[in-house]
Design a binder for this molecule. Structure first.
Ligand code: KG4
Ligand code: ZN
Length: 351
């Protein structure tokens, strides 16, 4: 099969070509610089940028793959969740491609694609589902924090999510309070690498609760009050680095503790992780150490595939086409609030 995949759920316009499990191309036009000025993603600007970039990105993806549009045998796009107007650009463009090429079309759940992206490996990247094993998967991004049981390649059960802010949002908001540019997560990661994670004690919300849910808004508030009471910290470069390391450690401790606890409870031998926050070196290191101690295998998405990309959309679509999941009807619309629990097949309907 030769699949053309589209992703436009937030602030990356991406198109990828996958052939028989191999990623032939994955082109990503990031809008980070555009939104940095506003300290967050502005939906109207994101949509216009997707409209501007989508066709050139699709042309580059086909060109890099050395294919013509008529070589494509299946088309897929992110159907949800995401920013409604942003989703619409990639979804409708992909449907039009599929219709003109007279090829099947699949609308893909964005988090289901993140969920299986740890099983894309190597250089050039290819699907490694021969190595699939039941796992507890942590999906941590700017909008979501999900703990998922993945008993088989085609099944997933959402165990928990966040009551309020996502882990990435907590990174970004704490970084903003410290005065770091948007998106703050990567900046926090960079400064934390030179700081002392035990310098300041920040709360680890819900860490001892016997459930799989998360809550990060209290931690963000703790950072705000800490800076109100200790403004001098911002005057000292080393104290800022110590603070970044301490905030990062609080987030990482919660994510790692709850993920490993779920893995022990459900007796899986593998932990997997994906989503933008999985780029965080503190999280990658802590998960790696904890899994080694508990004799668990760890599969983390390659950093290039942690953030939003169309390669994960096209790879998952190909697996679904191979499993003969029904294609998404032409009348189907985007699903901006699509819950992961309902993403099982191409025709899954919204809750
Ligand atoms: O998955 P993603 O690209 O987009 C969403 O679907 O949200 O994730 C973006 C999030 C942002 O909050 C960003 O700050 C965070 O991932 N992020 C990081 C790092 N790289 C990206 N957070 C902490 N450390 C990083 N190295
Ligand atoms: Zn994402």
């Amino acid at each position: 099969m030769k699949i053309l995949g589209f992703e436009s759920s937030c602030d990356e316009t991406s198109v990828a070509v996958v052939a028989d499990g191999l990623v032939l191309s994955s082109v990503v036009a990031s809008q980070i610089k555009l939104h940095a000025e506003y300290g967050g993603v502005v939906p109207e600007l994101a949509t216009r940028e997707h409209l501007r970039n989508l066709l050139p990105v699709a042309q580059s993806a086909l060109h890099e793959a050395g294919l013509r549009p008529t070589d494509i045998t299946g088309v897929a796009a992110t159907r949800g969740p995401g920013l409604p107007s942003a989703l619409m650009v990639g979804f409708r463009a992909a449907q039009s491609f599929a219709w003109v090429l007279n090829q099947p079309f699949l609308g893909i759940h964005h988090h289901e694609a993140h969920l299986y992206s740890p099983w894309i490996g190597g250089q050039p990247p290819r699907a490694e589902f021969d190595h699939f094993e039941p796992a507890i998967s942590l999906i941590v991004s700017g909008g979501h924090t999900l703990l998922v049981h993945v008993p088989s390649e085609a099944e997933h059960v959402v165990l928990g999510s966040t009551y309020d802010d996502a882990a990435g949002e907590c990174f970004d908001k704490a970084a903003k309070l410290v005065g770091l540019p948007y998106p703050g997560g990567p900046e926090m990661d960079r400064l934390a690498a030179q700081g002392n994670p035990s310098a300041y004690a920040f709360p680890r919300p819900l860490i001892n609760e016997p459930n799989d849910d998360f809550s990060f808004s209290g931690l963000k508030t703790a950072v705000r009050y800490f800076l109100r009471d200790h403004p001098e910290v911002l005057e000292d470069g080393q104290k800022v680095r110590d603070m970044c390391a301490s905030v990062q450690q609080a987030i990482v401790d919660v994510l790692v503790t709850k993920t490993l606890r779920a893995a022990a409870r459900l007796r899986v031998g593998c932990v997997s992780g994906s989503g933008g926050v999985t780029c965080n070196r503190g999280l990658r290191g802590a998960l790696s150490l904890a899994c080694r101690r508990q004799g668990l295998r760890l599969r983390l998405a390659d950093p290039s595939l942690c953030t939003d990309n169309a390669a994960m959309i096209a790879i998952l679509a190909e697996r679904k086409f191979l499993r003969a999941e029904p294609s998404t009807p032409w009348s189907a619309d985007i699903l901006p609030g699509w819950p992961l629990a309902n993403s099982g097949s191409g025709t899954a309907s919204p809750a």
